[in-house]
Design a protein around this ligand. Structure first.
Ligand SMILES: Cc1cc2nc3c(=O)[nH]c(=O)nc-3n(C[C@H](O)[C@H](O)[C@H](O)COP(=O)(O)O)c2cc1C
Length: 371
């Protein structure tokens, strides 16, 4: 326990952030943030996949320091970790997505603002670049077009299009808690009460009812062409797991893809995103950048994803933990923890920067090293 006047110790790592946030979030917010779909097989698989790889470090390389800096779609970032799009940040902190982008900018990286943001994007735009906008495509195509145009006008520098939510996965925590958006919170980028609010429904999750009524379930690759034609923003489909889908994405003008299973919140028993990554990276064969999210909690997780072909990774749940514990400072701190871990891990591997990470860094955990 912290004595009066004493500053509480900051969490040492992302796991401690999670433990602290669990004490602070309301039961409904906690269920929304932590939950996966159904039996959470994929949620657990996302973490377990990292444990199946070990690192094979090199020594005596005369390194005195390392740099974690890189670029993503030509944009400078101080570490290969971006903020994944995630909705309703004001459930975790009053300042919501404004605190998130300030934290991201404090750590010199990119925030991806969700369609389901609780802060309007013109306010986010006033923080300056870089930030990306994530689109959920509405059945009413006019709404989708307006959102893309608003994002381009507000200064977003890429359009992430989420493609793995034809319907919402069965998130039982939200069903149990009868998830609804608390009074005073709205989805601030939408214009009508019908689209801004997530009311409680008779039993079950209000979010599921909302999405079933408003979002387009029947997307096709032609829609990607249409979305790309609406603005000059580079388009990045998110939620790709199959290598052939990654190839199709680039055939339809994508500039990058995000390998993701939505943090285990959509199809339960879907493959872990790290396990999907190598085949996607091979199939894409340098036509564009491959990004990954799902289960990133340590610097070594970042290293493993880079070694398997990711240009950078994104984090989802840890952002809410940072917000709950410390708002903008909490978000910046979780990114700084990851940066410090990655800098140390690079040094211990004998590598000077993310650009030097290759597949040779990895060995399967149950396989002896061969020459
Ligand atoms: C609470 C929560 C809300 C999310 N909201 C969105 C969203 O609005 N748009 C989207 O594309 N993905 C959303 N995601 C998925 C994340 O972008 C990302 O794929 C996932 O969280 C990565 O896994 P991680 O939480 O293990 O880091 C959400 C995830 C969480 C946990």
């Amino acid at each position: 326990m912290t004595a009066i006047g004493e500053t509480p110790a900051l969490p040492l790592n992302l796991h401690e952030y999670e433990a602290a946030a669990r004490e602070l979030l309301s039961p409904m917010a906690l269920g929304y943030v932590s939950g996966g779909s159904c039996d959470e097989v994929t949620l657990r698989a996302n973490r377990a996949a990292f444990d199946r790889w070990r690192l094979l470090p090199r020594v005596m390389r005369g390194l005195r320091e390392t740099s974690t800096a890189t670029t993503v779609l030509g944009q400078d970032v101080s570490l290969p970790v971006l903020i994944a799009p995630s909705g309703l940040h004001r459930l975790a902190h009053d300042e919501g997505e404004l605190a998130t982008i300030r934290g991201a900018h404090g750590a010199c990286t990119i925030h991806t603002l969700s369609t389901a943001s609780t802060v309007p994007m013109d306010i986010i735009g006033q923080e300056g670049p870089p930030w990306w906008f994530q689109l959920y495509v509405f059945s009413d195509r006019g709404i989708s077009r307006d959102l893309v145009e608003q994002a381009a006008a507000a200064g977003a520098s890429a359009l992430v299009v989420t493609v793995d939510v034809p319907l919402l996965g069965r998130r039982e925590a939200d069903e149990r808690n009868r998830f609804s958006l608390p009074d005073g919170l709205v989805m601030a980028n939408l214009q009508t009460p019908k689209h801004m609010l997530i009311p409680a429904t008779e039993g079950g999750s209000g979010l599921r009812t909302y999405i079933g009524a408003a979002w387009e379930p029947a997307l096709t690759w032609d829609d990607l062409d249409w979305l790309a034609s609406l603005s000059p923003l580079p388009v990045i489909p998110k939620g790709i797991l199959h290598p052939d889908d990654a190839v199709r994405a680039f055939d339809h003008g994508a500039r990058a893809v995000i390998v993701s299973n939505h943090g285990g919140r959509q199809l339960d028993s879907a493959v872990a995103s790290l396990d999907a990554l190598p085949a996607v990276a091979d199939a894409v064969a340098g036509r564009g950048e491959v990004l990954l999210d799902g289960g990133i909690r340590r610097g070594t997780d970042v290293l493993k994803a880079l070694a398997l072909g990711a240009r950078a990774v994104l984090i989802g749940r840890p952002v809410y933990w940072g917000l709950a514990v410390g708002g903008e400072d909490g978000v910046r701190h979780i990114l700084e923890l990851l940066r410090a871990e990655l800098a140390l891990d690079l040094m211990l591997c004998g590598l000077a920067s993310p650009a030097e990470v290759t597949r040779e860094l990895l060995v399967r955990a149950d396989t002896p090293v061969t020459r």
